[in-house]
Design a protein around this ligand. Structure first.
Ligand SMILES: [Zn+2]
Length: 471
């Protein structure tokens, strides 16, 4: 226990030593392998050495400073790189660390020499990855949820959802109405400002970036990626995602999709392509723990796999993609007719979502600890989409349900100063007042998990999209 306590403090220190925040600064870092009630807090004063790292405990409704004891030691840390890790995941502290307290002997916490592995690890400290590392470990909130499921319904335009909310229809979207009543959201959300096609928008959902421009993820293609292509190979710099942040905190991640082009996420965040995890313990470069990417799989089959996998071992961050309405839209046409095949496809997905809601409520491990974000990549018109001037294409729903989420709220009413409801015929650019966008999903999901924003993200970077009324 002594060993682990020292480790957590050290890990917290490494975030802070790379930070560029003004001094003195206080950081709260939730570490998932600590009990939920414990947070590391570091006081970082760059001009003054050494650095003191202490542990706070949130218990009995308030914060308390944990006294040094059998499982926790106060340490002072000089400003230098000094950690190492062996293949077994053990870690050691280099000789430059000094520990306070009679029992806190760093050498006793390690079984490996520091030299070689430190050099190896340090070599991965490129500027980009250091920035990633720093930003992925700045959680500032109490987590509202232990599990977040982002559900994207491909081709679900708000114009086509609205008619199906009327009671009594054969294709009435009863689960969607339940999300509206029990959660908060809007039918007046937007997709990316410049693209109304699938892969660029799903990338925005996962990375918190728009598509184009220096800050964009720059993935504009909507076909199966060329072999080996990744977000990084396309842009020239690594594009972090919600998978990165979640996984680097030791939490489980998964993706389910019925379209083969979603292999892009697998390729971009795989064992050799994901960013090194520079925190300790090292959770590796493979950012997605489970993938079910199967072309043309039905909504029912994909849902069944999802609940099966979640039951076996829950995923803290799950991204779930239903392809069905888009497929019918392209084949037969987007339609506001409640009796249309497109409406039936929406209803089919709605039924599966209802099963997921019921299953969350009926599963003790998930109920009250799970949030769901429901949105879409684009709507459509005729038998196509992608027209960034057509409200039918860019107007989409965005709903949040579950742990930490207000019931029955409108997201624009809850966020009067940070989001602005756009005119029905506008998809605003990224400069100026922002609508709720599908790109909010990544940083909202992380916020609900109590984690900081995706490094490099711009949409909801401040994680200020509230889903509950302020207390
Ligand atoms: Zn799509």
């Amino acid at each position: 226990m002594k060993c682990m306590a020292v480790y957590h403090i050290l890990s917290s220190y490494q975030m802070n030593c790379q930070s560029t925040r003004p001094a003195p600064a206080v950081f709260h870092r939730h570490h998932p392998t600590l009990p939920m009630a414990k947070f590391c807090v570091s006081l970082w004063v760059p001009a003054v050495r050494p650095i003191l790292t202490i542990l706070w405990v949130f218990a009995a409704g308030g914060w308390a400073l944990a006294a040094a004891g059998p499982d926790f030691t106060l340490v002072t840390l000089p400003d230098t790189e000094f950690y190492a890790q062996n293949a077994g995941g053990q870690f050691g502290l280099a000789s430059t660390m000094q520990a306070l307290g009679s029992a806190a002997t760093p050498a006793a916490t390690t079984t490996v020499p520091t030299g070689t592995t430190t050099a190896t690890k340090t070599a991965t400290h490129t500027a980009t990855h250091t920035a990633t590392h720093t930003a992925t470990h700045t959680a500032v909130k109490m987590p509202a949820a232990r599990y977040v499921i982002v559900i994207s319904v491909d081709g679900m335009g708000s114009a086509y959802v609205k008619p199906l909310l009327q009671p009594g229809l054969a294709n009435e979207l009863s689960s969607f109405k339940r999300l509206q009543a029990e959660g908060c959201g809007t039918l007046n959300a937007r997709d990316d400002a410049d693209f109304a096609i699938t892969l660029p928008n799903h990338t925005s959902m996962m990375t918190g970036r728009g598509v184009v421009g220096p800050a964009g993820h720059n993935w504009t293609s909507n076909i199966d990626p060329p072999p080996g292509a990744t977000f990084e190979s396309n842009k020239g710099t690594y594009i972090a995602s919600a998978f990165d942040v979640t996984h680097d905190h030791g939490l489980r991640t998964g993706i389910w999709s019925g379209k083969s082009k979603f292999s892009l996420f697998h390729t971009s965040y795989g064992p050799t392509t994901g960013a090194p995890d520079l925190s300790l313990p090292d959770h590796g470069r493979d950012k997605i723990d489970y993938e079910k990417i199967t072309a043309n799989i039905s909504a029912a089959d994909l849902s069944a796999d999802f609940t099966r996998q979640m039951t076996a071992q829950p995923f803290n961050f799950a991204f779930f993609h239903y392809r069905d309405p888009d497929a019918i839209g392209h084949a037969i046409g987007w339609s506001a007719d409640p009796a249309s095949p497109y409406a039936a496809a929406l209803k089919s997905v709605d039924t599966q979502i209802g099963k997921i809601l019921d299953w969350v409520r009926a599963t003790p491990a998930l109920n009250g600890q799970t949030s769901i974000i429901l949105t879409s990549d684009h709507g459509g018109h005729g038998q196509t989409h992608g027209d960034t001037t057509n409200p039918l294409d860019y107007t989409i729903p965005f709903y949040v349900w579950g742990a930490g989420v207000a019931a029955g709220g409108d997201l624009y009413a809850i966020n009067p100063t940070t989001r602005s409801a756009p005119a029905a015929t506008a998809n605003p650019p990224y400069s100026g007042p922002q609508p709720v966008r599908n790109g909010d999903a990544a940083n909202l999901a992380l916020s609900l998990l109590g984690l900081g924003p995706v490094p490099g993200s711009t949409i909801d970077r401040a994680q200020d999209l509230a889903v509950a009324h302020p207390h």
